[in-house]
Ligand binder design. Structure first.
Ligand SMILES: [Mn+2]
Length: 352
């Protein structure tokens, strides 16, 4: 039988932020039925006081870490007050070293039980505020992309050297210029043959006229991520390139047309996959059709063949089928959509 914990120890950074708005890098939350506690030290106390949600008690751990007995006393007192004899822990984001510490300060009587994924499940359903933040994150992402397109154009005309690394760095700089705190992941920029590697690491490859360019990029705005992939052609595509591009586009459009709340991640994945498989490119589409986006760039749900849970109303996911032809070229097209009861809304406004 699974133990039902009376309290949960939240150590996953994004879950901590989700529950409390706390952005510091050191701290954890204890969730009990009536009360939430944020444990952090002097480096973050002021920030916590100024920014976290109301109703959360801040516990200053500064002195406690210097005096383990003090920590033990305080920690056990809170557990006892809430009659905790089983504590939920996030095994997927708690190191063994830290777990040992918690075990030690909790005393011998507390049982531990895994609650990984519990908060992530809540995070799947986005509030109005979160939807707006993700939308704004994507608006900035698009603004950056349009500038990137100009840079590419200019370099093609002037025959200056433009490397994948240059362009990836430009994405980061422009994001900063337009008000983001960071990119949501290191941009994937690939030229020519490199586009056949789905997650190519931008290198010193120079752009040549005729190259296909793949840009997979996202911004982080007030904690929230965006994600988009576009393909640029630097000259009129060949018949074959066009054929593959249109096939991926058809797969993506079919998925967007079919996805609504209540279907499984497996079924959501199948729309695009069926089209690519039927065209004979089964082996060239090695990844899932999409993933949830929020405080993390990759979060629940997942659009893949083994994800049987349902896609929920007001979740935000990417739709990103691709075909990768080794040593030749690759195509991926990615939009972010807001899932609704009747269908979805496309949050990506950049034309394909
Ligand atoms: Mn993505």
């Amino acid at each position: 039988m699974k133990i039902k914990p009376q309290a949960s120890l939240i150590t996953n950074k994004s879950n901590i932020r989700y529950l409390s708005d706390f952005t510091g890098s050191t701290g954890f939350i204890l969730l009990t039925k009536p009360k939430k506690y944020l444990f952090t030290d002097f480096r973050y106390i002021k920030r916590a006081k100024n920014t976290i949600k109301k109703g959360i008690e801040i516990v200053d751990t500064t002195k406690m870490w210097k005096n383990p007995d003090e920590l033990k006393k305080n920690w056990q007192k809170i557990l006892k007050n809430h009659r905790v004899n089983a504590l939920g822990i996030e095994e997927s984001s708690l190191t063994i070293a830290k777990f040992k510490k918690f075990k030690k300060i909790s005393g011998g009587k507390i049982k531990f039980t895994d609650i990984s994924g519990k908060i992530e499940k809540l995070r799947e359903i986005k509030s109005k505020k979160e939807i707006n933040l993700i939308r704004n994150s994507q608006r900035i992402n698009e603004k950056v992309f349009l500038e990137i397109k100009k840079i590419v154009q200019k370099n093609l005309n002037s025959k200056k050297t433009l490397t994948e690394r240059n362009l990836a760095w430009n994405i980061k700089e422009l994001g900063h210029k337009f008000g983001t705190e960071d990119v949501s992941f290191d941009p994937i920029v690939s030229f020519g043959k490199n586009t056949a590697i789905p997650h190519h690491l931008p290198d010193k490859t120079r752009l040549k006229k005729g190259d296909i360019i793949l840009i997979d990029m996202g911004m982080k705005y007030k904690g929230y991520c965006s994600d988009m992939t576009r393909i640029l052609f630097t000259k009129i595509p060949t018949k074959f390139q066009k054929e593959i591009y249109n096939l991926v586009l058809k797969a993506q459009k079919t998925a967007i047309k079919g996805i609504k709340a209540g279907i499984s991640g497996k079924k959501a994945d199948k729309f695009a996959r069926d089209i690519i498989n039927k065209a004979g490119y089964k082996e060239n589409f090695g990844h899932g059709s999409g993933h949830g986006v929020g405080l993390d760039i990759h979060e629940a749900p997942s659009l893949s063949e083994n994800y049987t849970k349902t896609i929920k109303n007001n979740s935000i996911i990417t739709i990103e089928p691709g075909i990768y032809l080794e040593n030749h070229f690759g195509i991926r097209i990615e939009d972010m959509i807001l899932v609704t009861k009747t269908g979805n809304k496309n949050l990506t406004k950049i034309p394909k």
